[in-house]
Ligand binder design. Structure first.
Ligand code: IVH
Length: 678
């Protein structure tokens, strides 16, 4: 002990105090005073000193907040004062009755002052502080005995390991709720799902599961918080006159207390508080299941006392439940605008989270398998905040005999095309992209977009009208539109109708890659379309290629090859392609150059500054025709930089690195030399 130099001992003490201060500012006050990086440096310095001088280690050092991988046994502990529960009021009348009972017992005609506190949906814990140091934390258990969870509680950053200030008595017990804020809950569930582990049904279960971990290192990684709502002391001389003031003391000792807490004079003010908190419920960062009203004066609390296991001086007024049971009557499949096929549960209507719910998304087949949903199952439906209703759990005991499993249909319920699910993807899709009525508007929007067929003037609103009026059902119908038809639409004049017909007409002879991209095959973006066009040369060759030969094209892996194949395999898509041909759409086939025939293959070029004879996109396209890749930044590996007017930092960088530079005239010469039109 004595061989540790005094300076080190002092440094360790001061680091601990500083780190706990910053912890307090960050997690209790939500008001960080130093950058995270600085906190980390101090933390590491303390860790290092503790490792070098193990005799300085203490249980309540901030370094212990990361937990330990030793297994805790959750010893049984007896509560010094029983941890009671609360009676519930489910209606205004029941709350008024409560207030009556309070006033009758106290013989009080006037209004009683209550403290109104949100009822956090978590777990009650009891924390003992001896001489200001946290010595024991326990669960509520049956109210008389609970479990020792000190190691896990120490990892919660908003729990003070030492009380702040100096005016606290030798022995203090603080009680409060451990809970998991919504955002942390969502993230935790995402993480668990990614790791293929079981997810939690709601934040309360997640908080309970996290506190029950045998290894406190696991608890340390769970986003738990503590909010204090009561205290008890052995030395009653420090007690103020009211519950409100006692919570102010608790706050001064370093605890988080609920900022929504307020006082209310009489039962009508309590009802106002209830309604106001209910209106706020969905926007709070944590879940609450009601409001607790407590008689504020501690002497009156004493006088009222307890009945069986609940105090006569407090009551919980519950909010409508956010979880209910109902039955899955059927599962239907919906097709979205991009072809994703989503299972939707049709439910026996149930009132949950303030609305009647009769549908809930089941996301995809993986989710159905994970939950093990059968038709006829009784399930937990959860609707919290403005989140869409979710099926969170099946009650297996209530499954009727012979309840059918849910199967993905083979054909699209809207257009009858095959539904395909590419291996490795969670989402199943209708493969009738060009034909399926559910995907019509999206298919046309994509076909007309700038990088695809570039049909100027064919915007979302117009597509909406054309489809809704029945004038267009596939992209081939665009080419049959007349000026007269278009002009009949709302807010379309003769002139814009004529312009649109001309723009559609101009799109009749696209280059192959643009046409291919315009078909909207899943995962076939601009670059993939260019690669496919350069490799195969004709649409026919692409549509006949098997998955293996498709994969010889750069960036085409098994998933993309699968999407391409299933697109061309659909008779309906073939019909639309034939209709496009018939409408006079002819794509220019590409001259196929093998990779080693392409003069710039393997080279990366960079374009910078303004070109006068062509746009940058055009220059990019032409360079790509010669096999070059066009990148956005200059490096040593850049083959050449094309510098237009007012070129800036990229040109400077090229010069510094000795990368060759061409001006616009030089680029034009090079392109012409290789037979590319300028
Ligand atoms: S006071 C004797 N205040 O609700 C009074 N409880 O149904 C005991 N709870 O076990 C509790 N927020 O887990 C109190 N502001 C609050 C609360 C609260 C949540 C929980 C607590 C308790 C349960 C009682």
């Amino acid at each position: 002990m004595t061989n540790v130099p005094e300076t080190i001992r002092k440094r360790v003490d001061s680091l601990r105090a500083t780190l706990e201060d910053h912890n307090y500012y960050y997690y209790v006050q939500d008001d960080p005073r130093i950058p995270d990086a600085e906190y980390d440096r101090l933390f590491r310095e303390l860790q290092k000193l503790e490792a070098e001088h193990p005799e300085l280690a203490t249980e309540d050092s901030p370094t212990r907040r990361v937990g330990s991988s030793a297994e805790t046994s959750f010893e049984e502990v007896t509560h010094r004062l029983p941890m009671l529960s609360l009676d519930n009021a489910f209606s205004e009348d029941e709350l008024r009755d409560f207030d009556h009972r309070v006033r009758d017992r106290l013989g009080e005609d006037g209004a009683i002052e209550y403290v109104c506190e949100p009822k956090l949906d978590g777990l009650a814990v009891s924390l003992h502080y001896e001489n200001g140091t946290l010595t024991r934390a326990a669960t509520r258990g049956d109210g008389y005995t609970g479990e020792d969870i000190t190691a896990n509680i120490r990892t919660i950053p908003s729990v003070p390991l030492k009380l702040r200030g100096s005016g606290y008595p030798d022995l203090v017990e603080v009680r409060g709720e451990v809970y998991m804020p919504r955002a942390g809950f969502e993230k935790l569930n995402e993480r668990l799902a990614e790791q293929g582990e079981k997810t939690f049904v709601n934040p309360r279960n997640a908080a309970a599961g996290s506190l029950r971990q045998k290894k406190s290192t696991v608890t340390a990684r769970r986003p738990l918080e503590l909010c204090a709502y009561s205290m008890a002391v052995t030395d009653e001389s420090v007690l103020p006159e009211t519950h409100w003031d006692s919570l102010q003391l608790v706050r001064d000792w370093g605890f988080r207390i609920n900022p929504e807490m307020r006082k209310a004079e009489g039962v009508e003010a309590c009802l106002d508080a209830y309604n106001e908190l209910m209106a706020k419920r969905d926007s709070l960062p944590y879940e609450i299941d009601g409001i607790v009203f407590k008689v504020n004066r501690l002497d009156l609390q004493q006088e009222l006392g307890f009945v069986s296991r609940a105090p006569r001086w407090a009551i919980a007024h519950k909010f409508p439940a956010q979880e209910e049971l109902t039955i899955i009557e059927d599962v239907e499949f919906q097709v979205g605008r991009t072809g994703a096929v989503t299972p939707v549960a049709r439910l026996k209507p149930v009132f949950v989270g303030g609305v009647t719910v009769s549908n809930a998304t089941l996301h995809n087949m993986d989710e159905i398998r994970r939950l093990d949903v059968h038709i006829g199952d009784t399930v937990f439906i959860r609707r919290a905040g403005d989140v869409i209703p979710q099926v969170v759990k099946v009650v297996p005991e209530k499954r009727p005999a012979m309840a059918p499993m849910v199967e993905m249909p083979e054909h699209c319920p809207v257009c009858g095309s095959d539904i395909v699910q590419i291996e490795g993807e969670a989402v199943a899709r209708c493969s009738g992209g060009l034909y399926c009525p559910a995907q019509r508007k999206e298919a046309i929007r994509h076909y007309a977009s700038r990088k695809a067929m570039d049909i100027e003037g064919l915007g979302d609103r117009l597509i909406e009208m054309l489809v809704d009026e029945g004038m267009v059902s596939t992209v081939a119908d665009l080419y049959r539109l007349t000026k007269f038809q278009i002009a009949s639409l709302e807010r379309m004049g003769d002139k814009s109708a004529a312009n649109l017909v001309a723009a559609i007409d101009r799109s009749r002879e696209p280059v192959l890659w643009r046409f291919l991209y315009a078909l909207g095959i899943r995962e076939v973006g601009e670059a993939t379309a260019k690669g496919l066009a350069a490799h195969f040369g004709t649409l026919e060759a692409i549509s006949e290629a098997d998955e293996e030969s498709l994969q010889t094209v750069p960036d085409v892996g098994p998933i993309v090859a699968g999407h391409i194949r299933s697109f061309f395999d659909q008779p309906h898509n073939q019909e639309t392609l034939a209709a496009l041909k018939e409408a006079g759409v002819t794509w220019q086939e590409e001259q196929v150059l093998s990779v080693d025939e392409q003069p710039l293959s393997g080279q990366t070029w960079v374009l910078t500054g303004t070109l006068s004879g062509m746009t940058r996109d055009e220059a990019k396209e032409k360079l790509e025709q010669l096999g070059a890749k066009v990148a956005g930044s200059v490096s040593r590996k850049t083959a050449c930089v094309v510098a237009g007017e007012a070129a800036g930092s990229k040109l400077t960088k090229a010069e510094q690195l000795g990368v060759p530079v061409l001006d616009e005239a030089g680029l034009a010469d090079l392109l012409r030399e290789h037979g590319v039109e300028v």
